[in-house]
Design a binder for this molecule. Structure first.
Ligand code: NDP
Ligand code: 7N6
Length: 310
């Protein structure tokens, strides 16, 4: 079963120009074609690289590769039933998201978010003496210790933080002093200055952080969410922030994206809002090309797919 025709769905333009990926795949034997949002052209392909899901993919294409690590928008049961293989892009976001989350922590501790805001008002406002702190010696709990979690943990460890973490199957992870099982989530997050969420959105992780978890966190702690908006009960988070039950948050993902104009999160001093850009990098299309080339090769050699979801 060769891949003779490989489609690049126009929805990848949410992350990079489609023709960059097309060019990066040009050495494949397969014919690589930019398909618009056109069911007939998709159906002419053996595999399709995409950002969005479309119902017409099912029954039309045998192999779908999503350019995201998250696959919560794809109907996995339908894919399974209809014999569509799905591969994802986990494994490529450790550096980008690791750097972004390190940046959030440094900004909040060193007050950079406030200084940048003040700069635009030409305001020379020094912080209160007891506002700034250093992240060295502070604690971080990373909930989810896959590609994202490890990328964050490694960097935090290198900066002198005390790193703990949570995963379904606890096992030693580089840079992480204590790995908790998910049953011990409350214990894990209770003592941490920063709690970073990096789990996939699944039935198990929806609203993983709600009112009880926010109450379990210290009142001077910060919540960081680079996973998916649905992992946090966003109303409970807004309440906790308004009542100073936690110190602040850095959020890249939201229950609704773009974050609606009326959300109180936009205006909170101790909240950093980023537009689902924690993983963005100009090299994104190259990483995707590498994953796609790997799987085209595997299909040609009759081997199991890399990063197979279903
Ligand atoms: P991985 O599959 O590499 O890692 C997921 C981790 O989460 C694993 O350690 C896994 O545990 C853990 N986990 C899964 N379910 C649970 C649970 N119920 N309780 C505790 N831990 C759990 O994924 P990635 O790191 O590549 O990506 C993670 C998610 O981050 C993606 O699904 C996506 O939604 C989001 N993401 C967001 C980005 C952004 O731009 N903001 C960029 C990339 C990803 P175990 O090891 O035990 O299986
Ligand atoms: C693209 C975001 C993922 O799940 O949401 C992220 O991989 C990707 C910049």
């Amino acid at each position: 079963d060769d891949v003779q025709r490989l489609g690049v769905h126009e929805s990848v333009s949410a992350v990079f120009p489609p023709d960059r990926l097309e060019a990066a795949l040009s050495e494949l034997d397969a014919e690589v074609e930019l398909v618009g949002d056109d069911p007939d052209r998709a159906a002419a392909c053996d595999g399709l690289v995409t950002f969005a899901h479309r119902d017409y993919f099912v029954g039309a294409v045998e192999w779908i590769h999503t350019i995201q690590a998250g696959y919560d928008r794809f109907p996995l049961d339908t894919f399974e039933r209809e014999g569509v293989s799905l591969t994802n892009s986990t494994g490529i976001h450790g550096d980008s998201v690791g750097e972004t989350v390190t940046g959030y922590m440094l900004a909040l501790a060193r007050r950079l978010h406030t200084f940048i805001e003040n700069q635009h008002e030409r305001a020379w406002d020094r912080p209160e003496w007891d506002e700034p702190f250093t992240i060295a010696g502070e604690s971080l709990c990373v909930v989810g210790l896959g590609t994202l979690g490890r990328g964050i943990a490694e960097r935090a460890d290198a900066l002198g933080m005390n790193v703990s973490g949570v995963k379904r199957t606890p096992e030693p992870v580089p840079g992480v002093e204590h790995v908790y099982a998910n049953d011990d989530l409350h214990d894990a997050i209770a003592g941490a200055k920063f709690v970073a969420l990096t789990v996939p959105l699944t039935e198990e992780t929806r609203d993983l952080v709600g009112e009880p978890e926010l109450a379990a966190m210290a009142d001077d702690a910060y919540l960081i969410n680079v996973a998916r908006g649905g992992v946090v009960d966003q109303d409970a988070l807004v309440d906790a922030l308004e009542r100073d039950e936690i110190a602040g948050a850095a959020l890249d993902v939201f229950e609704q994206e773009p974050l609606p104009d009326e959300s109180p999160l936009w205006d909170m001093d101790e909240v950093i809002v980023t537009p689902h850009a924690a993983a963005a990098t100009r090299d994104y299309f190259r990483e995707i090309a590498e994953l796609v080339r790997e799987n085209v090769g595997r299909i040609e050699r009759g081997e199991a797919l890399h990063n197979r979801v279903v």
